[in-house]
Design a protein around this ligand. Sequence first.
Ligand SMILES: *Cc1c(COP(=O)(O)O)cnc(C)c1O
Length: 380
Amino acid sequence: MKVHLSRPDLTDREITAVIEVVQSPVLALGPNLTRFESAVASYVGVRHAVAVNSGTSGLHLLIRAFGIGDGDEVITTPFSFIASSNCILYERAKPVCVDIELDTANINADLIEDAITPRTKAILPVDAFGQPAKLDIIKEIAERHGLKVIEDSCESLGSEYKGVKCGNGAYADGAVFAFYPNKQITTGEGGMVVTDDPEIARLCRSMANQGRGESGLWLSHERLGFNYRMDEMSAALGWAQMQRIEEIIEKRQRVADMYYKRLSSISGVWLPKVAPEVTKMSWFVYVIRVGVDEPNHKRQMEIRNHVMKVLTENGVGCRPYFTPIHLQPFYRQMFGFKEGDFPVTEFAGRTSIAIPFHNNLTCEEVEYVAQVLEEGLRTA
Ligand SMILES: *Cc1c(COP(=O)(O)O)cnc(C)c1O
């Protein structure tokens, strides 16, 4: 049996939407882009949405749009996908890491204020695995210190914190969603910047389109820009997926429930915990931890790696999620980060495994994953 880590879930509606684009003469900058942006903006409850060609591009645009540059500091989490810190480096600013909370694996809001310096310009929380960070507390700290909040909501389309959707302007000055095939909805490659600030939206739209202004003149470039545009095929796919976003989130919740029910009886497995402030969870991936009761770091890692080996050998897709950003070779080199700098992040990094998770995972597949997991733990 083979159980894939991730699979897109596309219906005839999505396929038809893409075919219609390919049969039309407009393959870029067309009506699908506009309607996909409107669909996401109204869903999240923000005034502006700008579609781009990846989540990483969107994060880069927000860093630039907020004028963050040389020597500025941005407070962020080291327990994330690399792009949430790289986007800061693109503009020669400095990612200032603070450690995470054990249960949610999100930035520990209690540690943020100590990391603020006169050079701090923004806080960049990540909603890890779909679970919102402590967005109200982060917003309050940011306001008190005159900082921007750039929310990396690339993993949390549809999640709600205290009744407010991730990416919403109540907590974030700007946020980004991503649509790589393993995300809640996909456009192949793609992302979207959302904000209530018309000026930030205007800057992002211009920079994503080679710095063109609103004059509509194709060869008039008002500022340094990039080609971060999303094409019409991708936008059509995204729009069609947005029509069934609630169904998608429900299907993912169903899989998370199946895992919870089946895995909670296995000793030696730590299951994801959703904080009470999270009024709606839109699951991105399902990340368990193993070896957490083991005091020895090396042994924790041995158990995790052994379990992953057994899963892999038995056809069960899995991945260590995440490898801490500060321990990536070039971050160590650039900033002198070392093991021990962010103990909770490193603990999560040593013990975490993402197991197969997608809309249509079956009962039988969950049972198989559980059995292989049990064997892995038994022989660790
Ligand atoms: C997916 C993701 C991104 C963006 O990824 P792209 O591949 O550039 O679309 C950024 N941050 C996090 C936390 C992500 O999971």
